[in-house]
Each structure stands twice: as structure tokens, then as C-alpha cells.
Design a protein around this ligand. Structure first.
Ligand code: CTP
Length: 405
């Protein structure tokens, strides 16, 4: 995943036990395609050695403003002018207190002060003991840093190295990477409430058996992540899948189509965009048996009756909110053949402005896909790519439609 390709990041480490996570962060940033230049304070070097960060970043680490490697001896200017962002992780309570006063008695704080305010964002991932985090002085400093234009990330919650439990842990490396991706994504869905369904549904036959389908949920989860990166508030109603919840997303797990329908109809009244990416089972057994159905020795299969599930998308698309254009609905079509014709017909039948067609058997469970966007004017192809990239393109496309909706 090269989502940070070409980004030049100065990664600043200040003193704190969370420095061990900064090693992982450095590696994740490099893996995501960023060029990372590490700067460490003296206190940071007490917790982790510059050697480790040099090996992980592929560049010598700067620890002193007197570093003679720079021809003009102005590392604080040279490093900050070349950066797309300065990311301080961990940002200690002490370092944040220094920043708000514009103190500049060592390289990292000097560089933060000397950075061009308009072009080089300062992003801080605080890390400290819960009492230090909750202290009014720290909270005051965080507020002041934000007022001064810094982007201060949340802290995590849980067990702390000191043995206490509470707020103040530094976010995990993957969470910080997610925040950076969101930071650099154009906020085209800012202010939108996006509701998404994903995955299959499972329709019980008896307590141990059921019918389901091969949907993995990956496309719907990728869309949820892309929508959140684009600034939306996202609620994801997920069928039974084993995927981690993307950061910053509210997830509601359901099993059957009826449960998915209940969840969606309850939430659709607050949504401004509904994306139905789930592969909802069309039918369910008319009645699920209370006990496991046993063979009766006759050699015949049990007589099973099915009833049709509610069409979640059609119901939402025909709601007053959608009809009044307060809610933009997007459907999916998983077909096995004749994609254009079937998706075109399905769009009309579902009553949605946009329908996204894909070939089910060639995408279910995989990491890539190809999409066909069908609207009233015609069809547009999004050629085969990763689901992550297709989700980003789909979100861009939806954002453009919203502006004309
Ligand atoms: N969908 C839904 N509720 C259902 C069935 C489908 O919300 N009970 C949604 C899916 O999430 C998808 C779209 O409708 O966005 C198309 O689903 P699909 O199963 O491909 O279409 P069907 O309406 O079931 O049509 P067919 O079985 O004829 O292909």
C-alpha cells in the first residue's frame, strides 16, 4: 500500500516510553511510501537509540542543532523546508508545554518554531500518564496548540506502562497512519452522514446451519474507510465478516437480513448518503427450527420453505427523505454476466440515482475488483484495481454527484 507515496515526513520523537511505538510508526510510514527523516530529542534517545530509527527510516537521525552535516549548519531550517509535515510521536507533556511558549532550545522545538506555518503542518500524537494528560495545564496546552494551528491527535485509552489505566496512551502506529491518510485526503464529504451496509447476511435454518453467500465485506469496508478519510461521519452495518473495524467508524454487527433491515431503517433517517454494498440474502427459511434438524432415515431432504427478505435498499430509496433528495442512495449489483444490461435494469427497479455493478464471482473475497457506475445518463467503468483505490474513486464520484444532487 503506497498511500503516502511521495510524502516527506519529519518524524520527531520526544521523551516517553511510547518511543518504542515510534519505531513501528517509522516502519509503517516507510512501508506506506513516505520518505521519513527522524529527529530525536535527548530525552527520546534515553528510550530508544537513533541507530534503530536510522535503520528503519534509511536515513541518519538528527539529534542536535549543532549537527555539522548540514553545510549551512541550519538543520532546523533545511529539514522543515523540505517537509510535507512534521509529525511528533510521541509528543510528551513537556514538549507540548515548550511549543506553546515558542521555546527553541534544542533542534526539534527549534524546527517546529521555524517551520513555515502555512505550508508545513505540525501533527502531534501525545503520549503520557493519564494524570498528566488530564491535568488542566496539559489540556490548556493542547487547546493552545490547536489554536496555534497544530493538529493534535486523540490519545488512546487503556493500560499504561506505569501500571495505571486510563487516557493518555499514544495511538498505535496503524492508527496514526490512518489519521495521516485522512489528514491528506480532500475533505469532500465533510458534514455528510454516510450509512453503509457491507458483507453477506446469514439466514438460519436451525441453530447450527444457515444459508449465506461468499461476500467478504471488503468492498463495503473499503468504502467506509474512504468515506471517513474524506471527512464523513460513517456508520457501517456489517453482516457476519471477520474484518477489523476501520478507525473512526461506528460499526453495528448484524447477522440476518431482517436484523440488517431493522438497523438500517432506524439509521437512515439521519443519513445523507446510503451505500448498500451488502450482499443481502434474497430469501430466508420461512421458519428457523429451534433444534438441529436431524435426518429421519427416509433418505429424503427436509421440505424447506423460503420467504423473501425485505429489500432494504429499495425501501430506503423510496423513503420520504430520499424522495426529497435529502438522502442520496447508491446500490450495488453483484452479477455473474451481462453486467451493463442487468445493472441498468436494477438501477431503475431499485429507484436509485447511482448503481455500482460488479461481477460477483470474480471479486468476492478478493482484494481487487472492477466497477461499472450506472446512472440515468449511462455507464462509466472504473477499471480493475485494489478495492482501496476503487473505494476512493467511488467516494470522489459520489461527492461530485452530491454537489449537483
Ligand atoms: N439489497 C438490499 N436488500 C435486499 C437485497 C438487495 O438492500 N433484500 C441491495 C444490495 O445491498 C445491493 C442491491 O440491493 O445494493 C442489489 O442487490 P442484488 O442482490 O444484486 O439484487 P436483487 O435485488 O436481489 O436482484 P436479483 O436477485 O434479481 O439480482
Amino acid at each position: 500500500m503506497n498511500d503516502l507515496h511521495g510524502k516527506r515526513i519529519v518524524l520527531g520523537l520526544t521523551g516517553g516510553i511510547a518511543c518504542y511505538k515510534a519505531a513501528e510508526l517509522c516502519r509503517s510510514l516507510v512501508k506506506a511510501g513516505a520518505q521519513v527523516q527522524v529527529v530525536m530529542t535527548e530525552a527520546a534517545a534515553q528510550f530508544i537509540t537513533p541507530v534503530t530509527l536510522q535503520a528503519l527510516s534509511g536515513h541518519p537521525v538528527y539529534t542536535s542543532q549543532w549537527d555539522a552535516r548540514e553545510g549551512n549548519n541550519m538543520a532546523h531550517i533545511n529539514l522543515s523546508r523540505e517537509a510535507d509535515a512534521i509529525v511528533i510521536a510521541p509528543a510528551s507533556a513537556d514538549f507540548m508545554a515548550k511549543l506553546i511558549h515558542g521555546k527553541a532550545d534544542e533542534l526539534l522545538s527549534l524546527m517546529c518554531l521555524a517551520r513555515p506555518l502555512q505550508t508545513v503542518p505540525l501533527i502531534l500524537a501525545p503520549a503520557m500518564n493519564r494524570e498528566m494528560w488530564a491535568h488542566p495545564a496539559t489540556q490548556r496546552n493542547v487547546a493552545q496548540l490547536k489554536a496555534d494551528g497544530a493538529h493534535v491527535l486523540d490519545v488512546g485509552q487503556g493500560d499504561q506502562a506505569c501500571g495505571e489505566t486510563g487516557d493518555g496512551r499514544m495511538l498505535e502506529a496503524d492508527e496514526i497512519v490512518e489519521e495521516l491518510l485522512a489528514f491528506w485526503t480532500p475533505q469532500v464529504l465533510k458534514g455528510q452522514q454516510v450509512l453503509i451496509t457491507a458483507g453477506p447476511t446469514y439466514e438460519a435454518i436451525d441453530p447450527v446451519r444457515g444459508i449465506t453467500n461468499l461476500s467478504s465485506g471488503k468492498m463495503g469496508f473499503a468504502i467506509a474507510r474512504a468515506a471517513r478519510h474524506a471527512g464523513a461521519e460513517v456508520t457501517l452495518v456489517a453482516g457476519p465478516v471477520s474484518l477489523p473495524t476501520p478507525r473512526g467508524i461506528k460499526r453495528i454487527d448484524v447477522r440476518s437480513a431482517l436484523q440488517m433491515n431493522d438497523a438500517v431503517q432506524g439509521l437512515a433517517g439521519h443519513a445523507s448518503v446510503f451505500i448498500a454494498a451488502a450482499a443481502v440474502a434474497d430469501w430466508r427459511p420461512a421458519a428457523a427450527a429451534d433444534h438441529k434438524i436431524k435426518k429421519d432415515g427416509s433418505g429424503d431432504a427436509p421440505d424447506m420453505k423460503f420467504v423473501e427478505n425485505p429489500d432494504i435498499l429499495a425501501q430506503v430509496a423510496h423513503s420520504e427523505r430520499a424522495q426529497k433528495r435529502q438522502l442520496f442512495c447508491v446500490g450495488f449489483a453483484a452479477e455473474s454476466h451481462d453486467l451493463l444490461a442487468l445493472a441498468t435494469a436494477k438501477r431503475a427497479r431499485k429507484g436509485v440515482p447511482l448503481l455500482v455493478g460488479n461481477i460477483g464471482p470474480s471479486t468476492f473475497g478478493q482484494d481487487d475488483n472492477a466497477l461499472l457506475l450506472v446512472d440515468a445518463q449511462g455507464a462509466k467503468e472504473l477499471p480493475r484495481d485494489t478495492k482501496t483505490k476503487l473505494a476512493q474513486d467511488l467516494i470522489q464520484d459520489i461527492a461530485q454527484r452530491l454537489s449537483k444532487h
